[in-house]
Design a protein around this ligand. Structure first.
Ligand code: HEM
Length: 402
């Protein structure tokens, strides 16, 4: 197998369709459900694209999520690893080390705890809509709604002052940008950690009713958790907590404006939001570049051998369009049963924030539909500015009017 002959990954959308994750030409070059592709960093990886195979891979203990393991598939040039900059980031840890940190957060993100913050989510969404309406059309819905809603909510939950949102929004954008130069990525990580480190110290002295304060007093003070592990956990939540949901809101609105019938149905019946959000999660699958792993022993996925030391990427975006599970998977249909989608991943690393993301998406879309019934695109819908180089796919802006 010559690496230079393999199809290049990550794929891009067709020019005229931001919702389709791969062009027909690229798709035709994949010669099976587990295919080798070339990485922009020079190496290659297996790409796993079938729904059943992605589940099998993500539930298997034969794969590591540790970015530092030699041969791990990376989509951008990395600066030499700095373990200090990764401490606490359990999304890239395996086994007991991962479980130990994840368990400290499980209760915080359980559905019943998220239900308790429903009034906060309502207030944040209404506040953002009040501000939009007061300023009047036209507006950029990404900057004026999609970003502030999840950002305000996660700031409140963590105890991070929202006044600083520009500081961490810019830097988390850099951390997620595959095209950002390595020194810039390193600087962004160091600055964010320093910022959160100071916040942990502040909360240690003066605890509030928030997650960082709770973990500081209940875990750091007892010696169960080190302060820089808490910093890494908070950083992970801060980034995952606003970029993802923000991109889902922006793309969802663009898609719904192209399907005004579904938007009108939601306006008439807010209960439709549950099914609609699941189908949006499936159809948009914003973690487009998939979930990277490294095989730690010989294993078979979908009958295909993957050897110890070989890289593999679980391609959620294609798994979520697998016709075996979702009939006519390339089409958007809010009335289908989409709950088997893999947009939040699968297995031990499955998204811990999913109850929060779902709650935010339902309220944001339902309220937007109701309060801005005349919502329409203010620019050419065929050419939205997408963030192709980000690990989390989304819109750079969404000019709207109402
Ligand atoms: C629609 C929004 C979201 C999507 C599509 C999404 C998607 C994902 C995916 C695919 C993973 C699995 C990563 C892997 O296996 O390597 C993941 C993990 C994670 N997500 Fe989300 N996420 C969303 C919202 C959130 C929110 C709101 C939070 C936090 C408040 C969050 C926190 C996390 C964390 C901490 C992990 C790591 C879990 C672990 O490694 O055990 N996510 N997310």
């Amino acid at each position: 197998m010559r690496t230079e002959d393999l199809p290049l990954f990550p794929f891009r959308s067709p020019d005229d369709d931001p919702f389709t994750p791969v062009t027909a030409a690229d798709r035709a070059r994949l010669d099976g459900p587990v295919t080798a592709v070339r990485l922009p960093t020079g190496g290659w990886t297996w790409l796993v694209t079938r729904h059943a195979d992605v589940k099998e891979m993500l539930r298997s203990d034969a794969f590591s999520a540790d970015l530092d393991a030699p041969g791990f598939p990376v989509l951008r040039k990395m600066s030499p690893s700095s373990p200090q900059n990764r401490r606490g980031s359990f999304i890239r840890m395996d086994g007991q080390a991962h479980l130990r940190l994840r368990r400290m957060l499980t209760a915080e993100f359980m559905i019943r705890n998220i239900a308790r913050i429903a009034p906060l989510i309502d207030d944040v969404v209404d506040g953002a809509l009040d501000a939009l309406q007061a300023a009047g059309p036209p507006a950029d819905l990404v900057a004026g709604f999609a970003l502030p809603v999840p950002s305000l909510v996660i700031c409140h939950l963590l105890g991070v002052p929202y006044a600083d949102h520009e500081f961490f929004q810019v830097r988390s954008g850099i951390l997620l940008d595959r095209d950002a130069p390595p020194p810039q990525v390193r600087a962004a990580a160091t600055e964010l950690r320093a910022y959160l480190g100071e916040l942990v110290e502040t909360r240690r002295a003066r605890p509030g009713d928030d997650l960082i304060s709770r973990l500081t007093t209940e875990r750091v003070a007892t010696g169960e958790l080190e302060a820089d592990e808490l910093v890494g956990m908070a950083l992970l939540l801060l980034i995952a907590g606003h970029e993802t949901t923000a991109n889902m809101i922006g793309l969802s609105v663009l898609l719904l404006l192209q399907h005004p019938g579904h938007l009108a149905a939601l306006r008439a019946d807010e209960d439709l939001a549950d099914g609609l959000v699941e189908e949006l999660l499936r159809y948009l699958t914003i973690v487009r570049t998939g979930l990277p792993r490294l095989a730690t022993r010989d294993v078979e996925i979908g009958g295909h051998p993957i050897r110890a030391g070989e890289p593999a990427i679980a391609l959620l975006s294609l798994a979520n369009r697998d016709d075996e599970v979702f009939a006519g998977g390339a089409g958007f249909d809010p009335y289908r049963q989409a709950h088997q989608h893999l947009a939040f991943g699968f297995g031990v690393h499955q998204c811990i924030g999913q109850p929060l993301a779902r709650a935010e998406l339902r309220v944001a879309l339902a309220r937007l539909a109701r309060r801005l019934p005349g919502l329409a695109l203010a620019a050419d819908p065929a050419k939205p500015a997408t963030r192709d180089s980000s690990i989390v796919y989304g819109l750079a802006e969404l000019p709207v009017t109402w």
